[in-house]
Write a protein that binds this ligand. Structure first.
Ligand code: ZN
Length: 188
């Protein structure tokens, strides 16, 4: 899955201003852009790609070797593979989650964008190019999925889902507001 989609899904599903804000009794005290969990969810949701491909992208730009498109596997330095293994492992993410749960409990909701990133990458990467190393370093097992870069319909599908979830988040509160006075009147 592309990094922008990971960021959007993280913000939608793992922040107080996202879908969790629709829970009954959930209090969103600040305007969404002032909600720190929104930006923390964006950071956690994009972190696995930024620490691997992101660093490599910056390196390519600054060394003048940048060209659009997927680089050949043989050109990619070994640190990118190592960073990708670490950041795309549910074992590592779970260990980090335990530490966050103990030392920074308020970050637990946005943290969830990280394991969600990994779950989204499992079916959208193939064995040919950075399959998701779910159980690294315990096991090399990976799922040979459908590379999103080679399947435009897959990209359209998950972005369509993101737009629907965003619409659901934006439209449900005003719909509830319209329904509520009627229900209250019915009880009178
Ligand atoms: Zn990824």
């Amino acid at each position: 899955m592309d990094t922008f989609a990971h960021g959007a899904i993280g913000m939608l599903t793992a922040s107080r201003s996202g879908l969790p804000g629709l829970r009954k009794g959930a209090a969103v005290r600040r305007p969404p852009l002032q909600d720190w969990t929104l930006w923390a969810a964006l950071a956690f949701g994009t972190l696995p790609d930024l620490v691997s491909f992101g660093v490599y992208l910056v390196q390519r730009v600054f060394s003048g070797n940048f060209s659009p498109g997927k680089p050949a596997l043989s050109e990619i330095p070994s640190y990118v593979f190592t960073a990708y293994d670490v950041s795309h492992s549910l074992v590592v993410a779970a260990a980090a989650g335990i530490l966050i749960g103990i030392f920074a409990r308020s970050c637990l909701l946005p943290y969830l964008a990280w394991p969600l990133h990994i779950f989204c990458d499992i079916p959208t990467h193939s064995a040919d190019f950075f399959a998701t190393p779910v159980f690294w370093p315990i096991s090399e097992w990976h799922f040979d999925g459908w590379a999103f870069s080679e399947h435009p319909l897959l990209i359209m599908g998950y972005w369509g889902g993101i737009v629907l979830l965003f619409a659901w988040r934006m439209l449900l509160p005003p719909i509830r507001e319209r329904i509520r006075p009627k229900q209250e009147n019915n009880h009178v």
